[in-house]
Design a protein around this ligand. Structure first.
Ligand SMILES: [Zn+2]
Length: 120
C-alpha cells in the first residue's frame, strides 16, 4: 500500500516510514488539505543513495539491491542535460533506509565498476 507525506511531498512505498523530503512520518491517507505541521528533524529515515543516469539503470540497481535484501526506491530527478524524451531518460535518485546505506552504496559501487560508469 502506498503511503503519503502529510505535508504534500508525494507518495512513497509502504516500507518508507518517513518522508525523505521533510522527515515527517508518512500516513496511509493522502493529505486532503495543505497543512502547516511543524517540520521535525529527520531521525532514522530514508536517505539518498545514488543517482542513476536513467530509469532502466535505476530499475536495474533497485533489482540488484533487492537481491541483496536491501529495500530501495527511486524517483525521477527531473530532466537532465537535454530536456527531451520521456521520464525514462531522466536521472533517477535512489533512496534507502539509513541503516542499509553503507551496504547499499557498496553494491552500487560494484555495479558502477561493472558498467564502466565509475569514471576511474
Ligand atoms: Zn514530506
Amino acid at each position: 500500500m502506498t503511503r503519503y507525506c502529510p505535508t504534500g511531498d508525494g507518495a512513497f512505498e509502504d516500507w518508507v516510514e518517513r518522508c525523505p523530503g521533510c522527515g515527517q512520518a508518512l500516513q496511509v491517507e493522502p493529505p486532503v488539505a495543505p497543512s502547516r505541521m511543524t517540520h521535525q528533524p529527520v531521525d532514522e529515515a530514508v536517505v539518498y543513495l545514488a543517482t542513476a543516469p536513467n530509469e532502466p539503470v535505476a530499475q536495474l540497481w533497485l533489482q540488484v539491491l533487492e537481491d541483496e535484501g536491501i529495500r530501495a526506491m527511486a524517483k525521477p530527478a527531473g530532466p537532465g542535460y537535454g530536456a527531451w524524451g520521456s521520464v525514462a531518460t531522466f536521472e533517477h535518485e535512489l533512496f534507502v533506509l539509513r541503516s542499509a546505506h553503507d551496504r547499499a552504496s557498496a553494491v552500487i559501487a560494484d555495479l558502477r565498476e561493472d558498467d564502466g560508469l565509475a569514471g576511474g
